[in-house]
Write a new protein. Structure first.
Length: 243
């Protein structure tokens, strides 16, 4: 399996257009393409299906452009293909409407969840309970949004922004200070875990650099360092202070 993955990675590295060919973008064929669908046909599979000419679906076939549920944009061509292949104006905008509906639904659910959490924390006097609620707030926003087909990611972000605005006026200073310390520890642990995972992949990364010149690697590293350290407009990148 490792050799197959390495070979596949090497092919993608040498010819990025293979990704688009796999999704049948800019890939011309002279004969009709027939697709047979059984079970779920979502994400990239759905985008490949729209590039075919004849489609046969089993009774248990299910179709969806799942990216919109997570606030993502379907980059395989669905926004153009779906509109061209739909029979009427309403269906022609189904893909775009689903994307907008998922995004707006996520924002709306995030606002509702944020309001409920703010109301609960405003009435909570126990510091530990209040901090525990803050740790679970993301799940409280994501789970219902995802279950309703909306964007769970946008729901979490919206709820966080809402609490960031309301928090200083409804949460006691002592609770907020202790909460900052808890989140600082979690931030450290998560970052440490990510660095460990990156380190475990270092061998694979180094193997993937074989065949590249040292000058090219140094130039690319210098460019990345210049952006990270110097910032896009000449100033260093600094995190925004928390609310």
């Amino acid at each position: 399996m490792d050799s197959f993955e390495d070979e596949f990675d090497e092919r993608i590295k040498n010819d990025v257009s293979l990704i688009y060919k796999g999704l049948m973008r800019s890939f011309d064929v002279s004969k009709p393409i027939i697709a047979a669908v059984k079970g779920y046909c979502v994400a990239g599979g759905m985008e490949m299906l729209q590039a075919t000419d004849i489609r046969v679906a089993a009774e248990d076939a299910r179709f969806a452009i799942a990216e919109v549920k997570h606030g993502l944009f379907p980059m395989g061509g669905s926004t153009a293909r779906l509109a061209r292949q739909s029979a009427d104006e309403f269906a022609a905008g189904a893909g775009r409407a689903a994307f907008v509906a998922g995004a707006l639904g996520g924002v709306a659910i995030g606002l509702v969840v944020g309001w409920v959490i703010a109301a609960i924390r405003e009435r909570t006097t126990d510091t530990q309970v209040s901090i525990t609620i803050s740790l679970l707030s993301g799940y409280a926003a994501f789970v219902p949004a995802d279950a309703l087909g909306a964007s769970g990611v946008l729901a979490v972000v919206t709820a966080g922004i809402y609490m960031g605005i309301r928090g200083p006026s409804i949460i006691p200073a002592r609770t907020r200070l202790q909460g900052f310390m808890v989140w600082d520890i979690l931030d450290f642990l998560i970052n440490a875990t990510l660095f460990v995972l990156v380190g475990l992949q270092l061998h694979t990364v180094v193997d993937g650099l074989s065949g590249r010149s040292a000058g090219s690697l140094i130039a690319q590293g210098a460019a990345v360092a210049a952006v990270v350290v110097g910032g896009p407009a000449g100033g260093p990148l600094r995190p925004r202070p928390g609310v």
